[in-house]
Every structure is written in C-alpha cells, then in structure tokens.
Design a binder for this molecule. Structure first.
Ligand code: AMP
Length: 447
C-alpha cells in the first residue's frame, strides 16, 4: 500500500515524505480513505500505530478543500493530557506546514489570557484538553458553531481520568451535524456507550487485537522484593548501558523519590507527574528527549502522550493499578517500526496485579535474565547501634562494596543468600532487605 493511493493531496504527500514515512501504517491505510469521505470512525488503535496521522492527514485534506469563513475552528481534537495535546498539535503543524490552515493548542496548567488572545486570531484546527476548553467555552472566548469534525483521542484514557462529564458538557456546545472520529486503545462498556452516543453509522477500524500489547515490544518480567527494585533498576541501566529509559512509578511522590535516588547513583533522571508545573514538565521532557536525562520517571497519567522515537526501554518499577495501563505503558516503546523492551518488576505484594495483566494480554513475557545482579543486603542497626545481621560481606566478588546509603543505613553488595538462586524467586522476600528497622534506607522503594 502506498500513501498516494489513499486520496491525499500533493501537499500532504510531500509532508508525509518529509517525515520519512514510506508507507501508511495499517490504521492509516484503513482510516484515511473513510475519513476523507466524511464517515464517522471508531478506531481501535493502540499507541504507536500511527493513529495521529490517521486522523490528522485526512482532516487537513478535507479542511484545505474549502476556506474558513470566520475565526471559529472547524476541527476539534480532544485529548486527555497536555502532553498529548502538544504532540497532536505538533503533528497537525508538521503535516500541514504547506497548507493555509491554522492549528492552535489549548490546555490547562498555564495562564488563560495569552490563550484568549491567540484564539481571537482564529484557527481551523483546535487541539484541546477538556477542562481548559470548557473554561474557554464558558467565557465565550471560543465558539464551536462552525465545527465540522470532532476527534476524541485516547477516549479510554479520558474516561479513566474522569473527563466523562466534561466531554458530555462540551458535546452540548457542538453543532449536531458533524463528523465524529473516536479513538480508543481499549473498550470498556462505558467507552462503548459514549461511542454509541456520539457516532453515526461509524466505519470500524481495528488494527490490533483488542487489549494486545504493541507487537514490537519484547516483554520481560521478574519477581523481586520491593526493596530490591531500585538496585535492580540501577544494575540494569548501568550494566546494559540503557539510555532513554522510561520508568513508571505508581505515585507522584514515588516518582520524585526514585528520580532523586537514581541521580544519587549517577544516573541523570527527572520525574514528571500531575503536580509538576507545566513549564517544568515540558523542560524535563525536552531534557529527556535530547538525552540530557537518561531516565524519566513518570506516573501513568503524565506519561500519556510521550512520543519518543528512540525510546528503547520501559520499566514498570511499580505495576499499574489498572491492568489495561500495562498496555499503554509498554506501548511507549516499540513505536513506528522500532523495537523496544518492556521490563516489569513484580514484588510479592503485586502478584494479583500481575495475574490481572496476564489475563488481559496474551503476548509472551520472558523471564528477565538477572545474570550479574546481586541483591543488596541491608543491615539493621542493633540496639547498640551495631549492625544486627553480623553477616560477612567478604564474598563480594567483582561487585565491590560501593555504598549507596549513608550512616546506619549503608548497604553492601553481597552474594545472594544461600538457597536463593536469584532475587527473582518469589518466595525469597524474607532474605532480602528485611533488616532495616529505620525504614529510611536508600534501598527502600516503598511508594
Ligand atoms: P502515533 O501512534 O500517532 O502516536 O504515532 C507513533 C509514531 O509513528 C510517531 O512518532 C509518528 O511520527 C510515527 N509514524 C506515523 N505514521 C508513520 C508511518 N506511516 N511510517 C513511519 N512512522 C510513522
């Protein structure tokens, strides 16, 4: 299949070529002709499938066929997060660089007044997050009365993030006659209800089996006590010279702490999550993108919309709360024809979460080879302030005795305890890191 057989204009074919795309991805091949014809579309597409171009290219094609009559947008793309809004907006700008169309992006977390002045100048395409769009609609700084196309991107995530009421309120501002494009990687009954309410005789395009992880992602997992996770992560990054590693933390606080600890181990890293200011998030992402940061620690919500061609490794430091997030997470790598690896750390407390993930996605997950990883024994101070374990660390092999902690919480690299072949043994928790009563050791990864 070639791009020129999809019916796109010469300018768009040029733009696609400039991006280095040689042939359309399956979702593009199926969606572009249907969207050009004006059909509603239900797109079941996981991340990394090229779904943004699947709707952006035909929208640009259709809008460039006729001129805007006034300042009101003709296409609205709703996205769950600011990062995704910025990314989708950039795609419209890139693909539409040679077209006389204007794209604007609005999201929350930044001042509204500059957005109001920009919106006053008018646009053809508006990419927005639901909350901020509602603010503009309420203040009448934007009108949707000339809207022709609505896109709900990553609709499942918008619902997960509690945007359902905002979306329904926004729908009331839109003209009833319009084209609707609905993209979701997963389908809950709530998603289906919303889709049925919005779409009219949609063309259904599904490019991968539902709830299936991206094909090019090689998946690994290992059973590991919680307090060994940081050490294993550090070991994997250093011994494999990983760069551009996206690490998922369950909580915002945990993300900050993990990032700090990695920095202390000389692994440049930053954290992004919902409590960070927009400017900080953008700066951290940029530093990660340009290689200044080797590791980005993120929460699920913040990581949505991160698009990095070179991202080679995703680490589930904590397993996700919701099994479907596993698919979103690992879909951050293995994008656009590139292969990637996803590694999951499963602590004994997370066994049930892992079972739910295994039930949801049937792709093979290999056992992570822990070759060379030596669990760190944490010594607890005895009553008199002396280490309690009395364990000799004499047999440290090549791993030395580099300290990663301080004071009484110092740690030593040591051989795995007898009868424990590796930290991956799920019944091995009793032997690892139980010693520290202070709970303040640098090895603790409690979230
Ligand atoms: P998306 O699924 O929209 O997030 O796209 C994932 C990545 O695929 C983006 O970095 C796009 O630049 C890239 N991409 C989109 N379409 C193609 C294509 N036809 N060939 C190669 N890469 C593509």
């Amino acid at each position: 299949m070639e791009f020129h057989s999809l019916g796109l204009s010469g300018e768009l074919l040029q733009a696609v070529k400039k991006q280095g795309y040689t042939s359309p991805t399956p979702i593009q091949a199926k969606s572009i002709p249907a969207i050009i014809k004006g059909k509603d579309l239900m797109g079941g597409a996981q991340t990394g499938t090229g779904k943004t171009a699947a709707f952006a290219l035909p929208i640009l094609h259709n809008l460039s066929g006729k001129k805007r009559k006034n300042k009101n947008p003709r296409a609205l793309v709703l996205t769950p997060t600011r990062e995704l809004a910025a990314q989708v907006g950039k795609s419209f700008l890139d693909y539409g660089a040679e077209l006389p169309l204007k794209t604007q992006i609005v999201f929350g977390g930044v001042k509204i007044n500059p957005q109001i002045s920009t919106l006053r100048r008018g646009c053809d395409i508006l990419v927005a997050t639901p909350g901020r769009l509602l603010d503009h609609l309420a203040q009448e700084t934007i009108s949707m009365k000339d809207l022709e196309v609505l896109v709900l991107d990553e609709a499942d995530r918008m619902l997960d993030m509690g945007f359902i009421r905002d979306i329904r309120r926004i729908l009331k501002f839109l003209p009833p006659r319009r084209q609707n494009l609905f993209f979701s990687a997963t389908y809950s009954s709530e998603i289906r209800t919303l889709a049925e309410d919005i779409l009219h005789n949609p063309v259904s395009v599904e490019v991968a089996a539902r709830n299936k992880a991206a094909d090019r992602v090689e998946q690994f997992s290992t059973r590991i006590p919680r307090d060994q996770k940081l050490h294993l992560l550090t070991h994997l990054i250093k011994s494999n010279s990983w760069y551009q590693v996206l690490v998922f933390s369950r909580t915002k606080h945990g993300a900050d702490r993990l990032s700090k600890k990695l920095n202390r181990s000389d692994i440049p890293s930053g954290a992004i999550h919902g409590d960070k200011r927009q400017n900080t998030r953008v700066r951290t992402l940029e530093e990660f993108r340009t290689g200044k940061l080797q590791v980005l620690v993120a929460t699920d919500v913040a990581a949505r919309g991160i698009h990095l061609e070179e991202l080679g490794h995703v680490v589930n430091f904590d397993l996700p709360q919701v099994a479907e997030d596993y698919i979103h997470r690992i879909g951050r790598t293995g994008r656009a024809g590139k292969s990637g690896q996803a590694v999951s750390f499963i602590s004994p407390e997370e066994s049930d979460k892992w079972k739910a993930i295994e039930r949801l996605q049937k792709d093979p997950v290999k056992n992570l080879d822990l070759n060379g990883f030596v669990p760190v024994i944490q010594e607890a101070p005895a009553r008199g302030g002396q280490p309690q374990t009395g364990r000799s660390s004499g047999n440290q092999g090549n791993h030395g005795s580099r300290r990663t902690g301080s004071g009484d919480n110092r740690q030593r690299r040591s051989r795995p305890p007898r009868n424990r072949r590796s930290a991956g043994s799920s019944n091995s928790t009793g032997s690892f890191g139980r010693g520290s009563k202070s709970g303040a050791s640098s090895g603790s990864s409690k979230q």
